[in-house]
Design a protein around this ligand. Structure first.
Ligand SMILES: [Zn+2]
Length: 327
């Protein structure tokens, strides 16, 4: 009788695990728990065992809930800066080659994928830009709209078509949540964007690691002055966003404000300005982000050169001399 009972229990647990899409190792652990519990109870009497059924099932469901809510991962993904804004020939292709070699789960770009600003050439530019990285088409690609991508109703339509997403959107990957905002046509984030951000963060509050991306660093001045009194920061803080990322200026910069990292990505092809010196954040490269548990580690990799950590960078460039870190 005990064996029959146990078989029924194991079948019930398997079907619940299928319903919740639990991974196989998790299911294995739970089935082990069932058998161990039953062995303990059955030493006494079948009668007691039957009385304990509801409690044991409740315990199992609680265990299932805890295990399925635990963080997944680890995984890694790539962040790419601007491709255009006086694109330097060959740089984007080389960066993709180096980024893809690290086998990221997906790639997120910060915008300015085409030179744009001209309705009559925009569609062709999108086709050329995407064709140049066609070899990596199996890798999911998430685009952020930049000012070179969206400037008119037609360009907005083309962004939707080629990016396969609206101007603002969000997605989950394992324990991480990504919100892509649109400030392609304004230096600031509009009230509508902040509204979208709040409802999105509210709906995904349970995701432990949150990234927020927008093309223009509308936060640059406030984060640089260590002023926490602005709407984006208040929302980020309220909903536990850990990383706020932008591009547009083509310069690697990093600021910390009340536990939130603000990051301006290095260029992925757009021209280097001012001093053009690596130490000042002017270089081509990509950023590999390793997400484990509730943390993310950024590796900023100069094309064919130095590798640094987020903590090596500050609001005015490199905080100290580095040869190479963390390869
Ligand atoms: Zn831009």
């Amino acid at each position: 009788m005990r064996q029959e009972y146990l078989t029924i229990r194991l079948t019930a647990v398997r079907s619940e695990a299928r319903r919740q899409s639990l991974p196989r190792p998790t299911l294995g652990r739970i089935l082990g728990l069932v058998e161990r519990n039953d062995n303990l109870v059955c030493r006494r009497s079948a009668c007691r065992l039957l009385r304990a059924v509801p409690k044991l099932l409740a315990l199992l469901l609680a265990v299932l809930a805890v295990i399925s809510a635990a963080p997944d991962g680890p995984f890694r993904f790539v962040l790419l800066g601007d491709r255009t804004g006086e694109a330097q020939p060959g740089v984007y292709e080389r960066i993709w080659q180096e980024a893809a070699a690290e086998q990221p789960a997906f790639v997120v770009t910060i915008g300015d994928t085409i030179e744009g600003l001209n309705d009559s050439t925009a569609a062709r530019e999108w086709q050329q830009a995407l064709a140049s990285v066609h070899a990596y088409a199996q890798m999911p690609l998430y685009l952020t709209p930049g000012n070179h991508d969206v400037w008119s109703p037609l360009s907005e339509k083309l962004f939707r078509q080629y990016a396969g997403h609206p101007l603002h959107y969000s997605f989950d990957y394992a324990q991480a949540h990504f919100t892509i905002l649109d400030n392609s046509r304004s230096g600031e984030l509009s009230a509508g964007e902040l509204e979208f951000l709040e409802s999105d963060l509210k709906a995904h509050a349970a995701q432990p690691v949150k990234f927020l991306l927008s093309h223009r660093p509308s936060w640059l001045l406030n984060a640089g002055l260590q002023n926490p009194d602005f709407a984006l920061h208040r929302l980020a803080k309220q909903y536990g966003v850990r990383y706020v990322i932008a591009g547009h200026i083509h310069q690697m910069l990093h600021m910390e404000l009340e536990g939130i990292s603000y990051v301006s990505l290095p260029s992925a092809g757009g021209h280097l300005r001012l001093s053009g010196r690596y130490e000042d954040g002017w270089f081509f490269g990509h950023t590999l982000v390793q997400v484990s548990g509730h943390d993310a580690r950024f590796r900023i990799e100069e094309t064919g050169g130095r590798t640094t950590d987020l903590s090596d960078w500050g609001s005015a460039g490199l905080t100290h001399r580095v040869a190479s870190v963390g390869k």
